[in-house]
Design a protein around this ligand. Structure first.
Ligand SMILES: [Zn+2]
Length: 103
């Protein structure tokens, strides 16, 4: 190994810091803009995605919870009334549907 081919400790520390930063932003709840919120609610006819009631105010719900790897993108977001949002909690949509079907 040539003597001048060095990889300094400072470089690897900087790289590690960068990687930590990247991991840190992943999975964090990205802000939902007002326009995005409006689009999602309108796309579902201003109704709760789960019970179909025109409940107000509607909350924006992650179909696949962020804690389970879901992302804050429009195809993972649906409007939900407070009751449904509380009931669903951190279950995935499939899990919730299965549970409801069994009752
Ligand atoms: Zn509902």
């Amino acid at each position: 190994m040539p003597k001048n081919a060095t990889f300094s400790v400072a470089d690897s520390t900087a790289l590690a810091a960068k990687l930590i930063k990247m991991a840190d932003t992943r999975g964090r709840r990205a802000p939902i803009s007002k326009a995005m919120r409006k689009r999602i609610i309108e796309a579902h006819g201003s109704r709760c995605f789960y019970c179909g009631r025109e409940s107000k105010p509607l909350e924006i719900e992650h179909m696949l919870p962020v804690s389970r790897g879901g992302t804050t993108t429009e195809n993972n977001l649906v409007p939900a009334c407070k009751a449904c949002n509380l009931k669903k909690h951190s279950q995935t949509y499939e899990e919730w549907q299965t549970r409801r079907g069994r009752r």
